[in-house]
Design a protein around this ligand. Sequence first.
Ligand SMILES: [Ca+2]
Ligand SMILES: [Ca+2]
Ligand SMILES: [Ca+2]
Ligand SMILES: [Ca+2]
Length: 149
Amino acid sequence: MISATPSCPRGWTSYGGSCYVIIQKYLDWFEGKIACETVGGSLAEIETAGENKFLTDLLNRGKGGFASSAAPTIPRMWIGLYDFIVELDFVWVSTRYEPDVTHWASGEPNNNGDEDCGELEYTGFWNDEDCERKIWTACEMELRHEIYY
Ligand SMILES: [Ca+2]
Ligand SMILES: [Ca+2]
Ligand SMILES: [Ca+2]
Ligand SMILES: [Ca+2]
């Protein structure tokens, strides 16, 4: 039996048993969700403070990789968090469970004008945002140990 060392696909970055990629296109939340699924992942779901820090760093690195004119005014990206069902009751898209640990910015979530989708900002804090807004998207894929017999 050979246990292959798991590795992320080209272009994805490994952290804590998952692989991540930021879709650096301006997409609304629904388009971002589909974009993640199209490349074999799903919207990133942030379970730990370490994961939140990792994704924030990845976002800030991505921002640096762009010409300044192309960078978002306020770098931010969609994560797999929504409150479509019960206002201000945010749940993860894959499990529909509420997050154990949250990183809301001060005063958020505020549902300002009806904001039902979660985003991670470059500051490392979450905000509820208008789902139709066009921003970047954070995707996550579980890293599976592939075992060959
Ligand atoms: Ca995760
Ligand atoms: Ca709503
Ligand atoms: Ca809301
Ligand atoms: Ca908000």
